[in-house]
Design a protein around this ligand. Structure first.
Ligand SMILES: Nc1ncnc2c1ncn2[C@@H]1O[C@H](COP(=O)(O)OP(=O)(O)OP(=O)(O)O)[C@@H](O)[C@H]1O
Ligand SMILES: [Mg+2]
Length: 148
């Protein structure tokens, strides 16, 4: 998952929104950690307990990574608006866990990553992923580099 995050980082640029879906422990944060490594940003990507959005500035001249865990956000768009993601998105890569129904209004262009994990089998470390590019931004993007 981490390696996939690293590969995904190569496709991303400022203004990109990535939505990560999948049950608790599916690997959303793990993927984001790899993404942060691939983008070369400062600070370890972690599962926030209280912090809902964390900005990881680039160590080079790339875009910062804004990592949002919206799990504890219940109020939908009002609470989301307080995060000012619309302000940071144009110059950042924004990755959101648990963002369904909360961040879609930010942009029509987004990469939708769904992580499936075999339910009930705790020994199964294998994840299956569905990655869908939505909107103009991703219309002609070559996502096969992720599986090469
Ligand atoms: N193939 C795998 N990919 C990702 N994580 C894995 C894999 N195999 C085992 N794991 C473990 O599963 C856990 C995934 O946790 P992670 O925090 O990334 O999930 P999450 O989807 O962010 O969960 P949450 O919904 O609580 O935020 C980690 O402890 C990780 O070590
Ligand atoms: Mg997480």
């Amino acid at each position: 998952m981490r390696e996939l995050g690293r590969r995904l980082a190569k496709l991303l640029r400022a203004g990109d929104l990535v939505m990560l879906s999948g049950e608790l422990g599916a690997g959303k944060t793990t993927l984001t950690r790899g993404l942060g490594e691939g983008l070369g940003v400062r600070g370890a990507v972690t599962s926030p307990t209280f912090v809902i959005a964390r900005v990881h500035p680039s160590l080079g001249d790339g875009p910062p990574l804004v990592h949002v865990d919206a799990y504890r956000l219940s109020g939908g768009l009002d609470e989301m608006e307080d995060l000012d993601l619309d302000v940071s998105l144009p110059e950042s890569v924004v990755v959101v866990e648990w963002g369904e129904g909360k961040v879609e209004e930010l942009t029509e262009d987004r990469l939708q990553v769904v992580i499936h994990r075999a339910v009930g089998d705790t020994t199964d470390e294998v994840r299956h992923m569905t990655i869908t590019g939505l909107g103009e931004r991703w219309a002609s993007a070559d996502l096969t580099v992720l599986i090469a």
